[in-house]
Design a protein. Structure first.
Length: 305
């Protein structure tokens, strides 16, 4: 089956630089995706966008180029609840990838166990209105209760202004909860402003809540170094991500977000994204927790000694 990309779609950057920052051995890219290929794994009819292809082989080549040992592959909304591309990538990884799936209330126990066997360890609930249609919260709570029995967690994707209305639902979830991209703060607001303070309170008061400190390219208004001559990429995001890392060092994760769906103004160099890490996790201890210890504890607990 052939698919026509969404007009104006930016393809992922095919020539990433070699990072100057050397990742700790065993580092995990804890947020990335595969798209199709559409001819093999068709995109969902209800999708809000049609991406370029981004295959498992291309993802694994990037993993090796950047110096990561493992990946956590998150189901992309363009595939809906059809997790076949995700499962295929996890199975092909020889144990070096785990998955975060999207499931519906109708999923059977046998299907959940099959996903677990393939390497899935979580489900994603997306609340970004431009990307997905609304799913009733009672359905999501039912799913969360079922996947808790497998030891899975829930990944939540939302925008900062929506946290107040989602607070009661999020705090009712019975599993570990992982927030994508710090809840997408508006980095033009003060670091100590009320919006980001609410997110920090959310993490502080609920020890089951983790955060990915990823996607500076989505949050930044200053842009990458090529746009302003600064050495630190996406400098306006650094204080926010560093605050989360230093406040909750045992509950943070980092990922590339390759192949960077739905970016409108530029496509990031993944090597530069890796070089962002020491600006937000400035010590070797924080870097190891962010990139190795925390993702291993969450996704490969049987290998943690």
């Amino acid at each position: 089956m052939s698919f026509e990309k969404t007009p104006g779609w930016l393809d992922w950057y095919a020539g990433p630089s070699t990072p100057r920052f050397r990742l700790p051995p065993g580092s995990v890219d804890a947020h990335c995706h595969v798209f199709g290929p559409g001819a093999e794994f068709p995109f969902a009819p209800e999708r809000k966008y049609t991406p370029c292809d981004a295959s498992k082989a291309q993802l694994f080549a990037l993993r090796d180029h950047l110096g990561f040992a493992r990946n956590v592959i998150v189901q992309a909304t363009c595939h809906g609840a059809d997790n076949r591309a995700l499962v295929d990538a996890c199975r092909a990884s020889q144990g070096r990838a785990r998955g975060v799936a999207t499931v519906r209330r109708s999923v059977s126990d046998a299907e959940l166990h099959s996903l677990h066997e393939a390497g899935v360890r979580g489900v994603r609930f997306n609340f970004v209105k431009r990307l997905v249609d609304f799913t009733p919260k009672d359905e999501l709570l039912e799913i969360a209760a079922r996947i808790k029995a497998l030891g899975w967690h829930v990944v939540i994707y939302f925008e900062a202004q929506d946290l107040p209305e989602l607070w009661d639902f999020f705090t009712a979830l019975p599993t570990t909860v992982v927030v994508d991209h710090m809840g997408r703060p508006d980095v033009r607001q003060p670091l100590d402003g009320p919006e980001f303070a609410l997110f920090l309170k959310f993490m502080r008061e609920h020890e089951n809540v983790w955060s990915k400190v990823s996607c500076p390219e989505r949050l930044s208004h200053s842009g990458p170094p090529a746009l302003h001559g600064e050495q630190a990429a996406y400098r306006d995001v650094v204080p926010f991500a560093r605050k989360v890392v230093e406040s909750f060092p045992e509950r943070v994760l980092w990922g590339t977000d390759w192949p960077h769906p739905n970016l409108k103004d530029h496509m990031p160099d993944d090597g530069l994204l890796v070089d962002f890490i020491p600006h937000i996790a400035p010590t070797p201890e924080l870097q190891r927790k962010l990139l190795v210890d925390n993702p291993m504890r969450l996704y490969w607990p049987d290998e943690v000694r």
